[in-house]
Design a protein around this ligand. Structure first.
Ligand SMILES: Cc1ncc(COP(=O)(O)O)c(C=O)c1O
Length: 408
């Protein structure tokens, strides 16, 4: 089905989970930054795989194995095309964003020396912070943190000032999960390249909201998780430039990733296998490709327009809500409304909204240092996706009023 503009009712009908009631109320799912729901296209692709051709890949001994291998490698082509990778070998299957970052950090830790620096930002998810802390601790390199302004925008001047020839790797999020800030990834990459640093972009939140063309961006690594792109959990992608990845230290050892093995030693295979030890998540890769195909049929401009309308409407309502403060007011942001409500704990807000069938996230959003920077224990976060509606936003604010009255 091709959708040149968004028909939200038609789109919602493709998500079986959205049809249900929670606590005797129609489900309103506003926790899309944590994970997105899955359309039939994805669910059916995974079911088809298990019902029609489940077998291990790259064994080639029988019909099912050949069919499974064909679908699995076709999935790699689909993702390579989606990200505009120069080569299919640059697509490495991972378990998700976190593993992708760990593969890169594990490799860089072997190359870093005392005096070298890794630069990240104040808005990192723990996945893109703790990994670099560990890499620096292991190698004696230093971790530098680029500050944000109070509205949640990355301070570009400060970022640039922290770059030097000592900077070996720069890592930053495409979009902040806690604040919704969209970073100028091309500009940041270009600046990092001036000092010769490798650039990793944490695309966990970016992949479902923007066009990702890795050649155009100019970075070295872009990582994401399928589950934030309407795909299954347990699968993700590390895209890396072939010239960088082909000599990258191996991550795990075992089957699939070797060239030749004796009792004494082993040599490593070629990309992408050398970074994919063991039986891969075959159904996951096929499910991710189905998600990519499904997502690619949407009109990206219509999608962005719809999500922006949801954010604008929610922001206006929030400004008129006594006691509510929005956390994250960057001029460039996606449809994430992080907020605090005077006198209310974010966990209580989440719990009481759930009683009314509304799913949001509350807490530190895996960004404790960022919360400390903002001097907040946490926030409540409503994050919208393409299947959400203005009516749901209105229902959310009516429910939030009730919650507020109960809590103060
Ligand atoms: C910005 C960002 N980075 C990294 C992650 C980690 O993703 P995953 O848990 O799928 O590995 C998340 C998850 O919320 C995220 O939002």
């Amino acid at each position: 089905m091709s959708m040149s503009s968004l028909n939200i009712a038609q789109l919602r009908a493709q998500f079986p989970i959205l049809q249900q009631q929670v606590n005797a109320k129609p489900l309103i799912y506003f926790d899309n930054a944590a994970t997105t729901q899955k359309p039939y296209a994805v669910i059916n692709a995974i079911t088809d795989f298990y019902t029609q051709c489940n077998a291990n890949v790259h064994r080639g001994a029988h019909h099912l194995s050949n069919e499974s291998t064909t679908r699995f490698e076709h999935a790699r082509d689909t993702v390579a095309c989606f990200m505009h990778a120069a080569n299919r070998k640059e697509i490495i299957w991972t378990s998700g964003t976190t593993e992708g970052i760990n593969i890169v950090a594990h490799g860089i830790a072997k190359q870093l020396r005392p005096g070298d620096e890794v630069l990240v930002t104040q808005m990192e998810h723990h996945a893109n912070l703790v990994t670099w802390q560990q890499a620096c601790a292991q190698s004696g390199a230093s971790l530098k943190i680029a500050p944000i302004d109070d509205d949640g925008t990355l301070n570009i001047d400060a970022f640039v000032a922290l770059l030097s020839t000592n900077t070996k790797l720069v890592a930053f999020p495409h979009i902040s999960n806690a604040l919704g800030t969209i970073n100028p990834i091309k500009t940041l990459t270009a600046q990092a390249k001036k000092v010769g640093a490798l650039v990793l972009i944490d695309g966990a939140q970016g992949i479902a909201h923007a066009k990702v063309d890795v050649v155009d961006i100019g970075c070295d690594f872009y990582v994401f998780s399928a589950h934030k792109l309407f795909g299954p959990t347990g699968i993700g992608v590390l895209w890396g430039k072939e010239s960088v990845l082909k000599n990258w230290p191996v991550w795990q050892t075992g089957g699939e990733m070797i060239a030749n093995v004796t009792y004494e030693t082993a040599t490593w295979g070629e990309l992408p296998n050398r970074l994919e030890a063991g039986t891969p998540n075959i159904a996951g890769a096929i499910g991710l490709a189905a998600a990519v195909e499904w997502f690619s049929q949407l009109d990206l401009h219509a999608l962005q327009h719809h999500e922006h309308a949801l954010l604008k409407h929610a922001t206006e309502q929030a400004h008129n809500f006594d006691g509510l403060t929005i956390v994250g007011n960057a001029p460039e942001k996606v449809a994430v409304l992080s907020f605090v409500l005077q006198g209310c704990h974010s966990a209580d807000i989440g719990f009481l909204l759930d009683q009314q069938g509304i799913a949001i996230r509350s807490g530190d959003h895996c960004a404790q240092p960022l919360m400390r920077r903002l001097t907040l224990p946490g926030t409540a976060r409503a994050s919208f996706s393409i299947y959400n509606t203005i009516e749901e936003v209105d229902a959310f604010f009516i429910a939030l009023k009730k919650v507020h009255q109960m809590l103060i």
